[in-house]
Design a protein around this ligand. Structure first.
Ligand code: ATP
Ligand code: FE2
Length: 344
């Protein structure tokens, strides 16, 4: 029996989740949001610092466990905003010291992908659509390989930026979805797919000009944006399915909460005779449960740092070098395809 606690703090959300033997016992989170304007990293970090204890104890209560029962503390090591990541690392070290339990450093993007296992997808093509990332991925021989991705901005950041231009604060995605439901007229927008990659910055400039012209309603713009950009995602995902012959599509990341995107994925999969999987919404946007879920898998495999009362701690080996708890650091720019997936 293993109980692992997971801490998420890479950007807007501070979350703590607890997983026992692959089952989620709790998933408590709080998101930093704004009335207008985007994320200010130092403000988000302050939010995380102030709320961490409350979220931690709420998560223990929800899971109905005592802190002594925790076997390991997983945390999001990267990628993300440095001030926010540092809060998560500090908190993880603090709990590790208090409980004398080891730390498991987890890659945030891989956690978004691995939580998909909860849907029982076995060998899927993954469409990872989140704030900073938009990638078509498949697992192959020890790594998550990227088949295609955005050449500039992530689709979530793109939607948030579009929303900001309309005077909507962070996160913009859920409100844009509501506007889009009321949209009636399709407005032509650039459609930018280059092979397996997509590009969004030109569409953003075009949308900004259309907003400023005041000729179009917010509803029609939101609707047209979703139809165009989601079709680009579906086109590349479909091409990856055709190319690899895989029979499953797994959707993940915060933008996967969007019902229209889910519907478009479902339709494409039905036409291709492919099974479609998507985790529940509470596991799609940033959360601690996905960190605990992957943390437990890694911990069982033996990836852990420190936690012993002995002077010489058991250490993790990375690229042939031992990592000591004191030297454990954040990885703000770590890429999905850099991570050695040893536990599969
Ligand atoms: P990354 O995982 O790439 O580091 P992130 O952690 O910031 O990015 P997530 O928490 O996975 O991203 O997702 C947040 C994003 O999801 C935000 O950009 C938000 O606007 C978007 N989002 C949330 N709900 C919806 C929705 N219903 N429709 C569209 N976008 C949405
Ligand atoms: Fe994320």
């Amino acid at each position: 029996m293993t109980i692992v606690l997971g801490i998420e703090s890479t950007a807007h959300t501070f979350g703590v989740g607890i997983v026992k033997n692959g089952k989620i016992l709790s998933n408590v989170k709080n998101m930093y949001s704004t009335q207008n304007g985007g994320i200010i990293p130092s403000d988000a970090a302050k939010h995380h610092r102030e709320i961490s204890d409350k979220i931690y104890f709420e998560s223990l209560n929800q899971a109905k466990i005592k802190e002594e029962e925790i076997d390991a503390i997983a945390f999001s090591q990267g990628p993300g905003l440095s001030p926010c990541l540092l809060e998560g690392l500090k908190f993880a070290k603090q709990i590790s010291e208090k409980l004398k339990k080891p730390i498991v450093p987890v890659n945030h993007c891989i956690a978004h992908l691995e939580i998909g296992k909860i849907t029982k997808a076995k060998e899927p093509i993954m469409l990872y659509a989140s704030g900073a990332n938009t990638q078509i991925i498949a697992y192959e021989s020890g790594k998550y390989r990227i088949f295609g991705e955005t050449l500039d901005i992530g689709v979530g950041n793109f939607i948030d930026n579009f929303a900001r231009e309309m005077g909507i604060g962070f996160p913009g995605g859920p409100k844009i979805q509501e506007f889009a439901k009321e949209g009636k007229n399709y407005i032509e927008l650039p459609y930018v797919v280059k092979g397996m990659d997509i590009s969004l910055s030109g569409i953003l400039t075009n949308l900004k000009q259309k907003i400023q012209s005041k000729k179009y309603s917010k509803e029609d713009l939101a609707y047209s944006m979703q139809e165009t950009v989601f079709a680009m995602l579906i086109e590349t995902a479909e091409r990856a399915l055709a190319h690899t012959g895989k029979k499953e599509l797994l959707l993940g990341g915060g933008v996967a909460c969007n019902s229209r995107l889910q519907e478009m994925c479902k339709k494409m999969c039905e036409q291709r005779n492919v099974k479609f999987f998507v985790p529940s919404r509470d596991l799609l946007t940033d959360n601690g449960a996905m960190i605990a879920f992957l943390g437990e898998i890694m911990f069982r495999y033996g990836i852990k740092i420190g936690g012993s009362l002995r002077k010489k701690e058991p250490n993790m080996v990375e690229n042939g070098k031992e990592i000591f708890l004191g030297k454990l650091d954040i990885k703000p720019r770590q890429r999905t395809d850099e991570v050695e997936v040893k536990w599969k």
